[in-house]
Design a protein around this ligand. Structure first.
Ligand code: GDP
Length: 176
């Protein structure tokens, strides 16, 4: 089976581990302990657009804390895909995400890396529209300009999470 390395980057508490947990276990745990350093998981995806193709993601979930930042290159080196996550209720987390995108483009080069910008915690805006602090149009425009894939999701409800991995799967498979 074809395997692809995927790394998660972003500020701490934006929900990186929760997105991985939703994808791998299809569940959400409000009280899971935060990741220290990095965690490794793998999960297969059956590609909807390519009949009979199942690929495997090796997922590296990195800790967003500043003290682990120097370790990040070890994780994104040789990666096929990166999920750069921000929290739609925290504008600073988008600024951080953008700095990760720049670092990836600078250090890895975007020809070899599929980058997906992900705005998480969409459920918070559904219960209270004023919770949204990052406009979807702004994030979309930035993604288009930087040629990134883009999704808004909720690890809590699971909305959009499957689509991220389907779309990334298609892209890495088509580039292989
Ligand atoms: P990480 O540090 O980026 O890995 O973030 P975590 O996955 O540990 O999540 C940080 C906090 O945000 C936890 O309290 C989660 O329960 C919460 N969280 C994560 N995803 C969501 C989401 O989609 N919606 C809501 N409401 N909370 C979330």
């Amino acid at each position: 089976m074809l395997q692809f390395k995927l790394v998660l980057l972003g500020d701490s508490s934006v929900g990186k581990s929760s997105i991985v947990h939703r994808f791998v276990k299809d569940s959400f745990d409000e009280f899971r302990e935060s990741t220290i350093g990095a965690a490794f998981l793998s999960q297969t995806v059956k590609l909807e657009k390519h009949q009979d193709v199942t690929i495997k993601f090796e997922i590296w979930d990195t800790a967003g804390q500043e003290r682990y930042k120097s370790l990040a290159p070890m994780y994104y080196r040789n990666a096929n895909a990166a999920l750069v996550v921000y929290d739609v209720t925290q504008p600073d987390s988008l600024v951080k995400a953008q700095s990760w995108v720049e670092e990836l483009k600078h250090k890895v080069g975007d020809q070899d890396l599929v980058i997906c910008l992900v705005g998480n915690k969409l459920d918070l805006c559904e219960t209270d529209a004023s919770a949204r602090q990052v406009d979807v149009e702004d994030a979309q425009a930035y993604s288009k300009e930087q040629k990134l894939l883009f999704h808004e999701v909720s690890a809590k409800t699971g909305a959009g999470v499957g689509q991220i991995f389907q779309e990334i799967g298609e892209h890495v498979y088509e580039r292989k």
